[in-house]
Ligand binder design. Sequence first.
Ligand SMILES: N[C@@H](CCC[C@H](N)C(=O)O)C(=O)O
Length: 275
Amino acid sequence: MGGIEFLKGHGTQNDFVLLPDPDGRLELTEANVAALCDRRRGLGADGVLRVVRAEALGVESGGEWFMDYRNADGSIAEMCGNGVRVFARYLVESGLAAEGEFVVGTRAGDRPVLVRPDRSVTVHMGPATITGTSVTVVAGRPFSGVAVDVGNPHLVSVTEDDVAGLDLREQPDFDHDVFPSGVNLEFVNRLGEGALRMRVHERGVGETRACGTGTVAAVAAALHLAGADTGSSTVDIPGGRVEVTVERGSSTLSGPAEIVARGELDAVWWAGLDA
Ligand SMILES: N[C@@H](CCC[C@H](N)C(=O)O)C(=O)O
């Protein structure tokens, strides 16, 4: 039995296993994705990016390739900003797309990307929509936040407390009536004009070292709280720095993307995961 091709990559240390599956033959289940992403019994990653032709899934897209994204716990999410950058980098490095501009299909819709020779990728992330306010509780402390939809749900708390001191090892509480499908939680400090620092607790993963959609949500929320709806900012996360621009009805995310390894999954191990 032949092995299953994989690659490992990251965008600002938000790390992913990529599974090239052009014709949509691989069966992904919650169990096999969770095992693959486990840092002890699998390869370890914050999520899986299945690289599949949109046509093979019967998905409408202006692009040839569809990013089938799964969180580390096996759940499906609509969108992943760092994942799209890594996905695009892989397509170029493997000769499946030419450097420059092309479109990647996602569950949140088409995302145009620009892949540069210096390994940085800009993604057009679509609208960042303010949907209301809510509260999250970290280790008994409430933080009020701005709810932002970036294709997936976010609650952004801009705080004076140094976010470096937060204990995000446990799932913070949130209002399940406001976020019935769960929510990504961002905690943000303003560092100065056009500069933010952020930590994140991701839905379906836990604390990660970066979240692309989260950084777009953070900039949109910080602008909103300052009475603005357009602007640009750097966002420092534990895994590095990205640049975000929010406009009316659109946004962009720019940052690095790396492919770090490639190999084969053991076919017997993989087949046994669902047994
Ligand atoms: N890390 C991602 C977001 C991945 C999805 C998220 N955990 C969710 O469930 O919505 C990013 O870079 O945007």
